[in-house]
Write a protein that binds this ligand. Structure first.
Ligand code: PXL
Length: 267
């Protein structure tokens, strides 16, 4: 008998070291028992030290990838990652409207943990005005939330204000990831703001490690997989947080600086 799996998609950049971007998404899709596909927007030459070069895909090639997948597959949920620049965002917006790929998780990738920019400053406006209103959930980290909501976030109350601000900008649900850059902190607290206004705090212990490449990609990809299996959004986010936390905790000896997280992990 043929086995059927939920079909899911990432629209993202390739990271050559396999730690982040489309590679992290595809590994997560597989680990969570879903069939993953990718539309590449860009490719970066990266290792655990840095990104040394990047290349943005031509827009007609991005369109060709959309068309190829839409003509054949039944994709029920997808995410976006690195979108590089304004023409890429506009192409993705046009094609998301044209084809129905289901539930949309927007991971607003702006900058890597090494400080390399993955989205041009001039493209924020297009992301906010044209892409964000199409998303079912946006998953900014602390830094991205401050940029997009245009405010400083200093405490839990500020996180709620920023999440509500993002919701007002047109996205249904917001997962705002708490600070995780202070080795004295004991927990990482994320905030989920649901469409109906309900808020939920999700907390996990803080793990002191520099093997955290691809954490945000993995979390968003896991939400995509869990949604595609028919789970509710809050259950999907809880599973994604558990999976990502376990992948950080079970460190792998790969790379010399900011290593990848462990997608082999089972939860
Ligand atoms: O983790 C963010 C990210 C997303 N996409 C690509 C990346 C990175 C980080 O390195 O290289 C392609």
């Amino acid at each position: 008998m043929m086995i059927s799996y939920p079909q899911v998609l990432t629209i993202a950049g390739s990271d050559s070291d396999g730690s982040a971007g489309a590679q992290a998404d595809l590994k997560t899709f597989m680990a969570r028992n879903t069939y993953g596909m990718s539309i590449l927007t860009a490719a970066v030459a990266g290792n655990s030290y840095q990104i040394s070069a990047s290349h943005i895909m031509p827009v007609d090639f991005i369109e060709a990838q959309f068309k190829a997948l839409a003509e054949d597959f039944n994709i029920s949920a997808f995410k976006t990652g690195m979108l590089a620049d304004t023409p890429t965002i506009k192409t993705v917006v046009d094609n998301i409207k044209k084809y129905d790929f289901g539930f949309f998780v927007l991971d607003p990738v702006i900058i890597t943990k090494h400080g390399d920019m993955l989205l041009e400053e001039s493209a924020y406006k297009t992301l906010i005005n044209e892409l964000l209103p199409l998303a079912d959930i946006i998953t900014p980290n602390f830094y991205e939330a401050q940029k997009l909501a245009d405010m400083q976030i200093l405490n839990d109350d500020d996180m709620i204000v920023a999440a509500k601000k993002l919701q007002k900008m047109g996205v249904k649900n917001v997962l705002l990831k708490g600070k995780h850059n202070d080795d004295n902190q004991s927990e990482v607290k994320d905030l989920l703001l649901l469409e109906n206004g309900e808020t939920l705090w999700l907390s996990e212990e803080y793990i002191k490690t520099n093997r955290v490449n691809g954490t945000g990609d993995t979390l968003a990809a896991c939400i995509v997989s869990e949604i595609s299996k028919g789970n509710s959004l809050s259950d999907s986010v809880k599973t994604a947080k558990l999976f990502t936390h376990a992948a950080i905790k079970n460190e792998m000896d790969i790379g010399h600086k900011f290593g990848p997280i462990n997608h082999f992990v089972k939860i």
